[in-house]
Design a protein around this ligand. Sequence first.
Ligand code: 3HC
Length: 309
Amino acid sequence: MSDVADRTFEETIARHDRIEPRDAMPDDYRHTLIRQIAQHAHSEIIGMQPEGNWITRAPSLRRKAILLAKVQDEAGHGLYLYSAAETLGVSREELTRNLLTGAQKYSSIFNYPTLSYADVGTIGWLVDGAAICNQVPLCRTSYGPYGRAMIRICKEESFHQRQGYELLATMMRGTDEQRAMVQESVDRFWWPSLMMFGPPDGDSPHTAQSMAWGIKRHTNDELRRWFVDMTVPQAEALGVTLPDPALAWNAERASYDFGEPDWDEFWAVVKGDGPCNAQRLAHRQQAYDDGAWVREAALAFAEKAGDEG
Ligand code: 3HC
């Protein structure tokens, strides 16, 4: 970049203004955005699988309709985010290939199985709740298309989180078996939900630079703490126990103290050794293969229309 372009970029970031696709930007800024937006998009698409697993087994038409709407929303979130990534000069084909080959990641949380119907509620309450904490600040991220995609995504995440909480609250008013099912689900998903925010700040190679560029507005640990502070009162209202004996109100800090996630487990899952990593990618690969005829037909139609046009 020229000195003028460099200065313009730095001044735009310093003013908390937006960098737009046609603006000059450092290669490393572009690559960091492609990495993060691609991971975010991949997470939305892979995230359809855990809950999609329960669509045919939802206990009522109402619950099935809600779950269908949520899973469909996640597909839309993935498409908004892939579109935002494409403004940085990377193709949809390349992004899909990077996901399927493991060259790019998706959120660790989606490598855990959904073993009971209560998981549908827990994912809405905890996973989408964590996503809200992580995504609301991204509405103010320095890259225009990414921040604008977040506006609608965050509005839909609120519905996702509320429907999950309402599902669990209904089960907690049910039988002992239903209450036990909710507690067992929360026990399985609590720590992986805290891991969604990434490694501790001291072990995060990207946070400092992403904060300097205004891509991230808060650190991993700040957002994790915000999520715990938001969620503990909700757990009390639900009547569930969060599986962390270190959880305690710290009056001095006006925030909760809480235990450390198992970072060895986190890195193992990130590196591909989680309970469902292979299954999730195999399912995505199968969906891609099954859709080949649609892509070929659409291209043939576009070429024919172009010839006749
Ligand atoms: N899962 C998988 N990989 C993770 C991870 C996680 N939970 N947290 C961190 N990592 C990876 C990073 O990608 C990075 O690896 P890389 O260099 O190979 O890309 C490495 O661990 C170091 O982590 P950093 O904290 O330094 O990396 P980042 O600065 O990128 O921060 C992040 C990680 C907080 C997840 C950030 O990328 C982010 O905010 N991403 C966008 C939001 C997002 O992806 N949210 C979660 C999924 S979306 C969702 O939940 C959908 C909802 O509808 C349910």
